[in-house]
Ligand binder design. Structure first.
Ligand code: JHZ
Length: 421
């Protein structure tokens, strides 16, 4: 049973100016209609309660070219009790291990140095520094997850990261050699407040390392479902340069990462620090121009492709359903909830979803109310088709479900275009 949903008026939470450069020249290019919050999984007892549905529309600033949501839901609604846990994926665990090793080696991090992680979740990234006896401090507003991290021995403050908080942290714990922020800067409305906090909390030769999904990949690979209320900004290098410059910071290097459908790892230092800027930074800026990321037509074309992804997927699912096939979903990802709500897919097409995160099991997907079960159900029930909603982990998921494949089960991957494996 789908949620009836209460629509929040589109005049509420509306963005007026670009979050980075303040320009009022922001142009909407895509509407994904109204959606419940993407990690708002519903417990059985609340299934009949109305859920709030918020407008999900995307615009681009035609001055600094930051792509951003047109509506900003207060963080308090989304992040106090959070169900996203990175350590459940072996891909993510390996990614964070490599990231920590790279930082320790390249920036000569020593046992006396402090590493702070903003949006530290369950402490998976920080645990790699801690194992090498480097002092760590996590900052995360989700009470359930910060509690878990502290239990696991990763010192974590349960709070949003702000300039004011950064001041207190500097007084109490000292300045940081390394500040990391993976998949969190895009979630923050007041980027200037956060950058002020980072600039004051970093030692003079300190490094800020951020990771975020890369706009160029999102557009090229039709990853429209990574657009959701948690992600307020969709970064490319150009607007990030504008942002850092305003806070006395500079990008010194950039690496492409394959995680989450293609991400940027950006290394940032104080402008006054003695680091040379790698020529790769300029290369990224040139490439972004060549890819037309500073041209509104690129975004209008993307919006047309999104409609085609929806059409093709629905056509296929309806066809196999008519043939009497059983279909389930794999991975109750936030992005999956965007895809399901945008395509209006509920239990009419997907019987249930399997997911590895215990917090999500036994609950229902927001808006579409599809039940979530543990992963083990797939080989027991042997559905004919399985739609991989967490397509960013398709390799890992297919690898661990070889028994299902060998017995004739088939996987459907929805983006960049419909693929049956
Ligand atoms: P996953 C999250 O988005 C949230 P989501 C966040 N806002 C963000 O920025 C992006 O990541 C980057 C399950 N799974 O990680 C676990 C299996 O069941 O793509 C998850 O529920 N079996 C911070 O939610 C989901 O799939 C598996 O083998 O879109 C994946 O969600 C694996 C690997 C995953 O993130």
């Amino acid at each position: 049973m789908k949620s009836t949903g209460t629509r929040v008026p589109s005049t509420r939470y509306r963005l007026k100016n670009c979050r980075i450069c303040g320009s009022a020249r922001i142009k909407q290019f895509l509407s994904l209609h109204y959606m419940p919050i993407p990690n708002g999984f519903v417990p059985k007892k609340d299934i009949k309660k109305k859920e709030f549905h918020f407008p999900l529309k995307v615009c681009v600033c035609t001055d600094c070219w930051l792509v951003q949501l047109t509506h900003v839901i207060p963080a308090e609604i989304m992040f106090r009790n959070y169900l996203y846990i990175p350590s459940t994926s072996t891909t993510v665990v390996a990614h964070f291990r490599e990231m920590a090793d790279h930082i320790i080696k390249n920036f000569n991090v020593k046992r006396k140095d402090l590493v702070i992680d903003i949006g530290s979740n369950d402490g998976t990234l920080l645990s790699n520094f801690q194992k090498k006896n480097i002092p760590v401090l996590g900052v995360d507003p989700a009470e359930n997850i910060a509690r878990q991290a502290n239990k696991n021995g990763i010192r974590t403050l349960c709070t949003f990261f702000t300039e004011e908080k950064a001041q207190k942290i500097a007084q109490e714990y000292g300045k940081a050699k390394i500040i990391t922020a993976t998949n969190v800067i895009a979630h923050i409305q007041d980027l200037h407040d956060v950058m002020k906090g980072i600039a004051l909390l970093l030692q003079d030769n300190g490094i800020f390392v951020m990771e975020a999904p890369y706009l160029a990949d999102l557009v090229e690979r039709n990853e429209f479902d990574t657009i959701y209320h948690e992600h307020l900004s969709y970064f490319s290098v150009h607007p990030l340069e504008v942002l850092f410059h305003q806070h006395g910071l500079k990008i010194i290097d950039i690496q492409k990462q394959s995680i989450h459908g293609g991400s940027l790892r950006v290394f940032v230092a104080k402008q006054s620090a003695d680091y040379t800027v790698h020529p790769r930074v300029e290369k990224f800026l040139i490439e972004e121009k060549a890819k037309n990321l500073q041209n509104i037509k690129t975004y209008d074309d993307f919006a047309l492709r999104v409609k085609k992804v929806k059409r093709d997927l629905l056509q296929f699912l309806r066809k196999i359903r008519k043939e009497g096939k059983t279909i389930i979903g794999y991975g109750a990802a936030a992005k999956g909830n965007v895809l399901l709500n945008y395509c209006d897919i509920s239990t009419d097409l997907l019987d249930y979803i399997v997911d590895s995160i215990p917090y999500k099991q036994g609950k229902y997907t927001p808006g579409t109310h599809i039940p979530i079960y543990p992963e083990s159900k797939i080989v027991k029930a042997m559905p004919d088709y399985t739609l991989i909603l967490a397509w960013n982990f398709a390799d890992e998921i297919i690898r661990k479900n070889q028994e299902y494949v060998q017995k004739g089960g088939r996987f459907i991957i929805p983006v960049p275009y419909l693929k049956i494996v």
